[in-house]
Design a protein around this ligand. Structure first.
Ligand SMILES: NC(=O)c1ccc[n+]([C@@H]2O[C@H](COP(=O)([O-])OP(=O)(O)OC[C@H]3O[C@@H](n4cnc5c(N)ncnc54)[C@H](OP(=O)(O)O)[C@@H]3O)[C@@H](O)[C@H]2O)c1
Length: 374
């Protein structure tokens, strides 16, 4: 057995104060040695996903953020957006760490986890914006030494989301699906997976430039929501593919628009009529909150739809152990290819707290993702 004494680890934490302000900064903690079936990992890289910003900072107004701290130990404070304080109440008095996945090297192993000692592992299910962290051995995936840190650091969340979306669509019996914010990292993984699996895909993006990017990557049905004829083109793409299931990372008014287009397509080939529109079943899953506005579904969308949230963690947890293993093997085989991610910049841990840099990553643009290197 190889067990080390407690390690000093520097980490990012945020705290909510009574006046509704989030204060993010650095702190050093003592990390206990790994328990049986646990390992201590020296972190090498971790991604800054949109969900990490939402959970680490909360729903802050980045335009009103201010720089605090000192040059070496910067801090960032920002007020919560109006109307969001109630949902954040449970954070009061808590130190919230950041990050949800990453890659690093095992430097200490508890009993039963010795085989992982000195290996390079992708990790998840604990915070990762720190220079050392303890993980359960079962939350580690050994990755090749020469795998690009950007691919190794994002081995779980986006790949399992893309795979989970495909599994969900298949379980409902669909042969084609719609995805929004489709030029995202998840969206590009979905594009590759749909090609590999022979599934139809309608990609919705919000600019001509990203629409062209998706076509260049081989997407057949790309709809630009900023176009005048957006709705007509979406109905045509639904007609062509039969996509009656949508995975929407945005929400807001877009959900109602898409459901209405699905209804318009369904009505074209349904016989008869009724007070609630067509009877063709549709599924609408909202898996992101890129638009923080309320989700609106107008009556023109009919009523034969089911709308719900979709989160990969509960989805993954509810799978059988065999299915979980199958998906992890699939991810492992596709790291650097099917599940390749794209990053705009690499920053250090303290740079996360620099206001000029935060304003950039908060834009959540296509190809705008940030990787933290330790
Ligand atoms: N439910 C889950 O379990 C789960 C898991 C993983 C990811 N997600 C969600 O999946 C989405 C994609 O994640 P990612 O890491 O792949 O993202 P990403 O690579 O950072 O890309 C973000 C994309 O969102 C688009 N976008 C940003 N704000 C938008 C808005 N207001 N309206 C329309 N499009 C907008 C951007 O397009 P432009 O550049 O054209 O603005 C960009 O293509 C995120 O919402 C994330 O939270 C959910």
């Amino acid at each position: 057995m190889s067990v080390s004494p407690p390690l000093r680890s520097m980490r990012l934490v945020s705290r909510l104060s009574e006046d509704g302000t989030i204060h993010a900064g650095l702190e050093t903690i003592d990390l206990p040695p790994p328990a049986p079936m646990q390992v201590t990992v020296r972190m090498e890289a971790a991604p800054l996903h949109s969900s990490n910003m939402n959970s680490f900072f909360g729903p802050i107004d980045i335009e009103r953020a201010v720089q605090t701290g000192t040059g070496d130990a910067p801090g960032l404070s920002a007020p919560l957006r109006p109307g969001t304080a109630e949902l954040q109440k449970n954070r009061l008095g808590q130190a919230v760490p950041g990050g949800s996945e990453g890659v690093g090297t095992v430097v200490a192993a508890g009993e039963g986890a010795e085989a992982l000692m000195n290996t390079r592992v992708a990790v998840w299910n604990n915070s990762t914006y720190c220079d050392y962290q303890v993980f359960r051995a079962e939350d580690c995936l050994v990755v090749p030494e020469d795998l690009d840190p950007a691919d190794a650091a994002t081995a779980f969340i986006n790949p399992l989301t893309a795979l989970g979306i495909i599994e969900t669509a298949r379980r409902h019996g669909y042969k084609a699906l719609i995805n929004t914010a489709a030029a995202s990292n998840v969206g590009r993984m979905l594009l590759r997976l749909c090609k590999e699996e022979g599934l139809g895909l309608v990609c919705i993006v919000r600019s001509a430039a990203t629409a062209q990017q998706m076509r260049d990557l081989g997407a057949e049905h790309v709809i630009d929501s900023s176009e005048e004829a957006y709705r007509e083109k979406l109905v045509e793409a639904i007609d062509a593919t039969g996509a009656m299931i949508c995975f929407d990372a945005i929400g807001g008014k877009q959900a109602g628009d898409i459901l209405t287009c699905m209804e318009a397509s369904a009505r074209k080939h349904s016989k008869g009529f009724g007070p609630y529109g067509s009877q063709e079943r549709r599924h609408y899953y909202i898996y992101g909150a890129l638009d923080p506005a309320p989700i609106e579904i107008p009556r023109s969308a009919g009523l034969a739809w089911t709308c719900s949230g979709w989160l990969f963690r509960p989805f993954f947890k509810e799978l059988s152990p065999e299915d979980r293993k199958r998906l992890i093997v699939r991810v492992s085989d596709g790291l650097g290819t099917t599940f390749k991610g794209k990053f705009a910049r690499t920053i250090g841990l303290t740079d996360v707290l620099r206001l000029d840099i935060a304003r950039e990553y908060f834009q959540r643009k296509t190809d705008g993702k940030t990787l933290i290197r330790f």
